[in-house]
Design a protein around this ligand. Structure first.
Ligand code: PLP
Length: 398
């Protein structure tokens, strides 16, 4: 099928929940993808921070193809070796003692909210409220869109679940003021992704930890976008020198397969006894085999360090562009989660970059976001910067 044929079929039969670009990607290798008409692109979107090993990484392809030949699915009524091994790998390399597996970021956050409520219900007086940040993004289920601090995402979905309260991000006083005897947890992204690539002060994240310790609250980090090496640390919280009580992962965790996880300390995980939560596909053998391959590759190939180095290269280039073009307000982010805030809407630039063979993505209307595979090389960074430079020059000229 051609780009146009796929587009026409989509327009006719797929729910119109995305404003899609007029092309269909059909093949990928490393940091490159090709559309149905054969045009190639350098992919600095990577499924929005999903394909961190690049497209069709041989280790993921091998793990998945071996697993689908021996066992594709069994119920969580039985033990599943790849699931147990992935849980161990995640616990070995994080603050956590136990993992609950699910299929997406929203479900991971849903699980975290449920765990926080159960844990809170066991505290003196019973606690159920979750404080989240304005401009956050936590998913699209009813509970997680309610947790999301953006009105446009909640629009039209009343009645929403109760028990959520929003405070400005990176404002410790506001968080302190919002805590009362009903508060069970504070849920934040250590670095906001969808909200515009916003890196908070170290003192904010450390202050949240202290606040939670003082008041007996759970600190939950949504690391769905920043986790698994993306920011130049295996987990985003490592930048701030504090650990959460609960953390959620998805996006890059399954190497492109749908895999989410909610991790917690033992004392908290105890609030989830048998029967309290479940997922048919969660921790499925195939996706967990992919997850194991991702984890192993990230660690053995030194991809976290590589991400930090390539992130520094890309950042330097973006900052040079910001010097050249006055309409760029700020370059933000960590590792290979980088954003450029402009004084105008960036949508047209995303389209222009695509025409020139570079895929980038928005993070809010005025922020151009780059989340390439962690495996990119210096030549890829240079190529992206060159295309971006050409596009920005035209923006300035227009
Ligand atoms: C993408 C994202 C989610 C939602 O993940 P889904 O897999 O789309 O449900 C939640 N939180 C953050 C921080 C995200 O970036």
């Amino acid at each position: 099928m051609s780009n146009l044929e796929v587009q026409q079929l989509t327009d006719k039969h797929v729910m119109n929940t995305y404003a899609r670009f007029p092309m269909a990607l059909v093949r990928g290798e490393g940091a490159r993808v090709w559309d149905a008409d054969g045009k190639g692109y350098l992919d600095f979107v990577a499924g929005i921070a999903v394909n961190s090993l690049g497209h069709c990484h041989p280790a993921v392809a091998k793990a998945v193809s071996e697993q689908v030949r021996s066992l594709i699915h069994v119920s969580n009524l039985y033990h599943i070796e790849p699931q147990a091994r992935l849980a161990k790998a995640l616990c070995d390399h994080s603050f956590a003692d136990r993992v609950f597996f699910c299929n997406s970021g929203a479900e991971a956050n849903e699980a975290a909210i449920k765990l926080a409520r159960r844990y809170g219900s066991e505290q003196a007086g019973g606690r159920s409220e979750v404080i989240t940040a304005l401009n956050s993004f936590h998913g699209r289920t009813l509970a997680t869109l309610t947790a999301t601090g953006q009105e446009k995402i909640r629009l039209g979905y009343d009645p929403l679940p109760s028990g959520f309260r929003y405070v400005p991000f990176n404002d410790l006083d506001a968080a302190e003021d919002a805590v009362d005897e009903r508060t069970a947890a504070i849920l934040v992204e250590p670095i906001q992704g969808e909200g515009g690539v916003v890196v908070p002060d170290e003192s904010y994240i450390r202050g949240l930890r202290q606040l939670c310790d003082d008041k007996g609250l759970l600190l939950i980090f949504d690391e769905v976008q920043v986790g698994m090496g993306r920011t130049g640390r295996l987990f985003g919280y490592e930048h701030f020198g504090v650990e959460p009580d609960v953390m959620t992962l998805a996006k890059a965790l399954g190497g492109g397969l749908p895999l989410g996880a909610m991790l917690a300390r033992e004392e908290v995980a105890k609030s989830f006894p048998p029967g309290s939560h479940a997922s048919t596909f969660g921790g499925n053998p195939v996706v967990c085999s992919a997850g194991l391959a991702v984890m192993k590759t990230i660690l053995e190939a030194g991809l976290v360090e590589h991400c930090e180095a390539m992130g520094a290269e890309l950042r330097q280039g973006l900052e040079a562009l910001a010097q050249r073009f006055g309409f760029i307000r700020e370059v933000r982010g960590k590792g290979l989660l980088l954003g450029m805030e402009m004084d105008r809407e960036c949508g047209p630039m995303v389209q222009e970059c695509m025409n020139e063979g570079l895929l980038v993505v928005l993070a809010g209307a005025n922020v151009l976001r780059m989340v390439p595979p962690l495996t990119i090389e210096k030549a890829d960074v240079d190529e992206a910067l060159e295309i971006l430079g050409r596009v920005l020059e035209r923006v300035q000229g227009s």
